[in-house]
Structures are given as C-alpha cells and as structure tokens.
Design a protein around this ligand. Structure first.
Ligand code: ATP
Length: 248
C-alpha cells in the first residue's frame, strides 16, 4: 500500500452568489507518486478541485489534510501563459527568480528542466517562435523547475492537435517519476494512457462517482496505444463516464 500524499475529506465548495455547490462532500486519498486523472462532464468541478488542492480557493466545508508538510506545487493550465516578451529561459526561471534566486544560480536548474521536457537548447527562443506543443513544454518546464512534489495539470493539452497531444503525453510519462500528478482531462483516451487511477466525477453537484484503478500498462508509446489492453481500458472508462454523466 503506497503512502498517501494528502487526503481530501468531505470537501465542499459553494461559490459566493451561487445556490448550488460546485463540489459537495468529496472524499479522496491521493497517493504519493501516482498519476491520478480527474475525468467527468463539463461543470462537475474538476478545475475547482485542483484550485482547492493548490490553496487558490478555500473550501466551504471539509478539508485537505497533508500527510506531512505541504509540498511544493506546480500548476499548468490549458493556456501556456508564457510572458511573450521574455525568452524561454526567463519564462522557465520565473518561479526561481520570484523566490529570490539569481539568474546565474537559476541557469543550471532551467537547463535541467528544459532537458526534462525535451526543449534542450531552446533557452533563447521567444514564445512566438515556438509551436503550440513547444510552448506547452516550456510551461511544463516552468512548473517543474523548482522540483515540486505535486504537479497539478488542468487540461494542459486540450488545445493541441492530436499528434502533439500524444507527444506531450509521452513527455509526461517520461518525467513523472518521483512526482505526484493530478491531471484534469475530458479525454478518456488520455486518462487511459496516463493514469494509475481515474477519479470519475459527476455534476450537479460535483461529487466523486467512482474511483477506478487501472492495470499497469504493459507497454508505452505507440505500442501501448495499439494494444488490445489499452482499447479495453478506453472502452471501460467510456462506459463508466457515460454512467457518471447519467447519475443524479
Ligand atoms: N469563480 C467562480 N464563481 C462562480 N462559479 C464558478 C466559478 N468557477 C466555477 N464555477 C462554477 O462551478 C461549477 C464547477 O466548475 P469547474 O470549472 O470547476 O468545472 P469543470 O469540471 O472544471 O468544468 P470544465 O470541464 O467545463 O472545465 C460550474 O457550475 C461553474 O459554473
């Protein structure tokens, strides 16, 4: 049994001015080092849950209980949110510079983060010179540069074309060792590819519908995507998602 990183306990949030809660009575234990995908219909509270875990929102009721000291957290959104006037190195260095580190001290850490996401040698490029996939890699590098234990990803690859999306999923597979990942997605295929476990949420109000543990993938990359086991996982998750969407 893997140790838990944190526990979400009876968590509820009603946004000010809203009658219905965005999230209601959600219980979930997140394990250290796992990739947990949050999958569910639009409006079921996936982004809200990530924001609560990050401490960007305060719950109306319930709590998030950390097993130890609250770890460093990296957050990646659907938009890469890079500073357009700054080169890749300066963008990736931002969390370190905000923490008071000099440019010289930051440089090797930036280089390591860029290597980790497959952007080695792109330090001097400006965001407008990068493809959509490369911008997202830079955004990932910025989230990883101060070596957070927990990475929160909110539909990070949803705006990318299919092939780039698969490449980014492969990149995430490569870098995830030692990091706990909470990954919001609408895509059954992405969840089936990346997740150790999938939390299926339902809407109105947002709540946990079912927690699914996936079998350890027998392969990765193209071999995994072409495997019957992967097709079966996708079909199973699709059916569970359909049930979550019908649940009241
Ligand atoms: N800042 C806010 N103020 C008021 N209501 C909000 C706010 N943010 C989200 N909501 C509402 O809370 C509910 C959950 O929204 P949230 O964005 O967390 O869902 P989601 O599952 O991430 O949706 P999607 O898949 O469409 O991104 C929705 O009904 C939404 O309208």
């Amino acid at each position: 049994m893997t140790a838990s990183l944190f526990q979400i306990i009876n968590l509820s949030l009603t946004y000010p001015g809203r009658a219905a809660p965005a999230i209601s009575g959600l219980d979930l234990t997140v394990r250290r080092g796992e990739t947990l995908c949050l999958l569910g219909p639009s409006g079921c509270g996936k982004s809200t849950l990530l924001r609560l875990v990050a401490g960007l929102e305060r719950p109306t009721a319930g709590a998030i209980s950390w097993a130890g000291a609250k770890p460093g957290v990296g957050f990646v959104f659907q938009e890469p949110n890079l500073m357009p006037w700054a080169d890749v190195a300066a963008n990736v260095a931002l969390p370190l510079r905000l923490a008071g580190m000099s440019r010289a001290e930051a440089a090797p850490l930036v280089a390591a983060a860029l290597a980790r996401v497959g952007l080695k040698g792109q330090e001097r490029a400006l965001p407008r010179q990068l493809s959509g996939g490369m911008k997202m890699r830079a955004s990932l590098a910025r989230a990883l540069v101060d070596e957070p234990e927990l990475l929160l990803l909110d539909e990070p690859f949803a705006a990318l074309d299919e092939i780039t999306r698969w490449e980014l999923n492969d990149a995430l597979q490569d870098l995830r060792s030692g990091v706990t990942i909470l990954f919001v997605t609408h895509s059954v295929f992405e969840a089936a590819y990346l997740a150790d476990r999938v939390a299926l949420l339902r809407a109105n109000p947002g709540a946990l519908h079912e927690l699914v543990t996936l079998d350890k993938a027998p392969a990765r990359g193209a071999a995994l995507r072409a495997s019957p086991a992967y097709a079966q996982t996708c079909a199973g998750l699709s059916e569970k998602l359909r049930k979550a969407m019908e649940a009241k």
